[in-house]
Write a new protein. Structure first.
Length: 112
């Protein structure tokens, strides 16, 4: 998926915002099912290295293994600001890209 198309799906086409105030950041634009699904799909494409021209390497495992664990990955991406509910959700992921996508889709990341 090209980055330009991803930005269009997020409702922020590159160089297409007409008013000088930028794209809206109000809840009605960002917090709805369509927007959440689009953000999760883009997070999956990004974490799975399926975006042309973008390569994402997961953070190293704090325990020294090849694959980071869910809590370690979430802590690295969210700088330690992660709830127990988010950790429980991330722990259900089967692959590192799924863990990364769930972390990027977490409420703690969305508030940043």
């Amino acid at each position: 998926m090209p980055l330009v198309r991803a930005m269009q799906q997020l409702g922020m086409p590159l160089y297409a915002c007409q008013p000088p105030t930028g794209y809206k950041d109000t809840a009605d634009v960002w917090i709805n099912t369509g927007a959440l699904v689009n953000r999760m799909n883009i997070a999956l494409a990004l974490a799975g290295n399926q975006m042309r021209g973008v390569r994402v390497e997961p953070p190293a495992s704090p325990t020294g293994g090849n694959q980071p664990d869910g809590p370690g990955l979430a802590a690295a991406i969210l700088n330690g600001d992660v709830s127990d509910a988010t950790l429980a959700t991330i722990a259900k992921a089967k692959t590192t890209p799924q863990m990364m996508a769930l972390t990027l889709g977490a409420p703690e990341f969305q508030r940043r």
